[in-house]
Design a protein around this ligand. Structure first.
Ligand SMILES: NC(=O)CCC(=O)C(=O)O
Length: 262
């Protein structure tokens, strides 16, 4: 079965997890009803937005609430979820953490953002992760990274050389750098000959206007679905066999010469 992927481009309510859980529940229900997706993707920090000064109060304790919430919806609708990311509080720190839930409602992986974005003060409030975002979703080897991570092609490549065929990107990417967002995502798809599924947020917070433009890009670099700047969703069916076809046509992975790269 070919994956049908929906990105939900939310307008996140700043610092208001209760409202955001509610709107995500409604938007997942309506995406399932109208688009029949097999995989749903949410944006970065969708429970709290960038309300970093209040994380002590509003971050999710060990991610428990989010994991239960997404598992329940995944099971109810038999859909896999790339659960954007949330602020996860532990005894030691708060991380910007993505949960991957399969269509049985099981949490199959969690990835914490490796590269913290200083321009949005992340380094003052969040701790970086230390593990790759590699997982299988609906049988497809995939990678998941968070926003600023896409500026580090070597980090993405480290996932791709381990066999990932879809790169999921979840983000809160501001409008003034929309050109970078589109160019970096298309470049990551072309250089890695993979699908890129990128879910950004829409709307405003007290410091930023966000770019929207969630995108689904094929391994040739063609944009097959793209949102505008407003809240909404995009959906596309993808054919994972295209990854092998493109990798056979131009054998970039076989032609790498890593011994010259450092
Ligand atoms: N939330 C983020 O990591 C934003 C990254 C960003 O805006 C960039 O230009 O990079």
């Amino acid at each position: 079965m070919k994956p049908i992927i929906t990105c939900i481009q939310l307008d996140i309510k700043f610092g208001d997890p209760a409202s955001n859980y509610l709107q995500v529940e409604e938007k997942i229900a309506s995406a399932v009803e109208s688009q029949n997706p097999t995989i749903i993707v949410l944006p970065e920090l969708w429970t709290t937005g960038y309300d970093l000064t209040r994380l002590d109060e509003i971050a999710d304790d060990e991610g428990k609430t989010t994991k239960q919430f997404l598992s329940k919806l995944a099971k109810k609708y038999k859909v896999s979820i790339v659960g954007g990311s949330v602020a996860k509080k532990t005894y030691e720190s708060v991380t910007n953490t993505m949960y991957i839930i399969n269509n049985q409602g099981e949490v199959v992986h969690e990835y914490s953002k490796l590269h913290l974005f200083k321009l949005m003060d992340e380094h003052h409030y969040l701790a970086a992760g230390n593990k790759k975002g590699l997982f299988k979703i609906d049988g497809v080897n995939s990678a998941g990274v968070i926003c600023y991570d896409i500026r580090f092609p070597e980090w993405i490549r480290a996932h791709m050389t381990q066999g990932a065929e879809i790169l999921f990107v979840v983000a809160e990417w501001p409008l003034p750098r929309l050109h970078h967002w589109r160019t970096l995502l298309i470049s990551r798809a072309i250089e890695n000959q993979c699908y890129v599924v990128a879910c950004n947020r829409a709307g405003l917070d007290p410091n930023n206007e966000f770019a929207g433009h969630s995108m689904i890009i094929d391994p040739w670099g063609t944009v097959i679905a793209e949102a505008d700047e407003t809240a909404g969703s995009i959906t596309a069916e993808i054919d994972v066999k295209t990854v092998k076809k493109v990798r056979n046509q131009i054998p970039v992975f076989a032609d790498r010469l890593p011994e010259f790269y450092d």
